[in-house]
Design a protein around this ligand. Sequence first.
Ligand SMILES: Nc1ncnc2c1ncn2[C@@H]1O[C@H](COP(=O)(O)OP(=O)(O)OP(=O)(O)O)[C@@H](O)[C@H]1O
Length: 232
Amino acid sequence: MLKVNHLNVAYGASQALYDVSMQAEIGKVTCVLGRNGVGKTTLMKALAGHLQPVNGQIRWRDQLLVGQSAAQRAKAGIAYVPQGRDIFAQLTVEENLQTAFSALPRGQRRIDPEVFALFPVLQQMLKRRGGDLSGGQQQQLAIARALLLRPKLLILDEPTEGIQPSIIKDIQAVIELLRDRGQMAIVLVEQYLEFAAELADDFIILERGRVVAEGPGHELKQSEQARTLLAI
Ligand SMILES: Nc1ncnc2c1ncn2[C@@H]1O[C@H](COP(=O)(O)OP(=O)(O)OP(=O)(O)O)[C@@H](O)[C@H]1O
């Protein structure tokens, strides 16, 4: 289980997260919701090790993460798919997938065919350059690259942003399949209440860097508070 306790994160003098606590369990999707600029990406970067907090604790399977680098966390099975996807435009799909290898032991440096079962389009486009893919295909590539780490904690930062509805459905199906296998915790950042409500087992809502609502996912659809906080 992931446990975040009283996390404070700042960019220099500008504080972005205040006393944030949350948890995410194996076999569940935990959604982090909130409007633009409330601190969702900051929280994900702190989980992945791209930002170190001012104070507070992050525990993953009872191990303290604060102080560990992003590379150490990747090796410990924490995979982060950033907002904007970070695909290398000049590298082929295959080469983009191979960039995950640096976090893997030598014996495991191969592209698991399972990622092609999950995202068949990637196999068809293996020799194409990342920059030639559509936004939705790039998102699938970024998730596939993260899965090559065989993560136990998968962090997805707004995977639906700017993506056509048919691919959103495909991505949703993959997230559900990964969740239902019961072997990883999934933290999903979302702005769209509908998508989050379909997937969330648990949720938190951030507002100006603070957790202002939380609960089980089934409460999201009916929640007036969520609608107000997300300004729908
Ligand atoms: N590199 C940075 N330096 C200074 N301030 C930053 C930096 N990145 C983000 N911030 C600020 O921190 C706050 C939280 O930003 P963050 O990107 O975490 O929000 P978000 O909820 O992910 O928003 P979005 O949905 O637009 O991605 C904002 O006020 C933002 O301006």
